[in-house]
Design a protein around this ligand. Sequence first.
Ligand SMILES: CC(C)=CCC/C(C)=C/CC/C(C)=C/COP(=O)(O)O
Length: 286
Amino acid sequence: MPSPKAKNNSGRSGSVPGVSSNGRYEFMSLNRSPPPHLLQRQGSDPTSARLRASESPTRRRGSGSSNASSSSATGGQQLPEEDCMRLNPSFVGIALSSLLAIDLWLSKRLGVCACEDSSWGSIRPLMKLVEISGHGIPWLAGALYCLYKSDSAAGQEVMLNLLMALVMDLVLVGVVKAVVRRRRPSHNRMDMFATFSVDRYSFPSGHATRAAMCARFLLAHLVLAAPLRVLVLLWAALVGFSRVLLGRHNVTDVAFGFGMGYCQYNLVEMLWVSPVGLQLLLGQVG
Ligand SMILES: CC(C)=CCC/C(C)=C/CC/C(C)=C/COP(=O)(O)O
């Protein structure tokens, strides 16, 4: 929009704002005759001409076939579609790109253990221990071991369901990573222990999904004492936070991972294998 100052100036110097053939506002002198396509757009009434000039680019573009025909008749250029998009970006687009920019900036700032030389590089070995505590292999091995050692039907049922939950988590995270294909942050060092090929992608954080899902599982079925319940929650939060500190993930990867892991537990409850189902399963296996 032309500024009020410009409008006043135009009143004094005899200039009026107009829309040029390339879609941008420009001032032209009343002393010179305007191009024919502007003459046709503005008509004789200056008020309506100003109103038309203040319309959004999209509205201007779609305000009637007469414009298109006048522009083509006069040899004026049509505004390319992608220029219109840039001139009138959607609110959702702006919100998403802003969120992405904040995410990248924040993740880079928080990646203080990304390497030994980083500002908090000295606690990197500790963060790598936290990383291993949320890795798939110790969890799968632990659940298998407990299933093997458990002598009660109830214990076997819980461990079997935990094992299935862990496998389901690996599959779901693998699928989402393969679809989204978001690269890990540039400051990440790819020195992770035992990864699949999809683990070169960062969205969502597999450690965060597992931590959230397993925390809910433990709280629902295994850990009853209040202090231990707090410890489980702290562990899950630390696993997620360590992913960003180590530079493995952006903040949004971990946030989405926590949400996804939380929802995965609902799926585990829905697909829960009961003692009857377990007997049938074991009968078929045995
Ligand atoms: C028995 C078997 C096939 C186990 C595979 C366990 C495995 C390699 C899990 C991958 C865990 C991992 C490194 C996930 C990546 O986590 P992010 O938090 O970096 O996404």
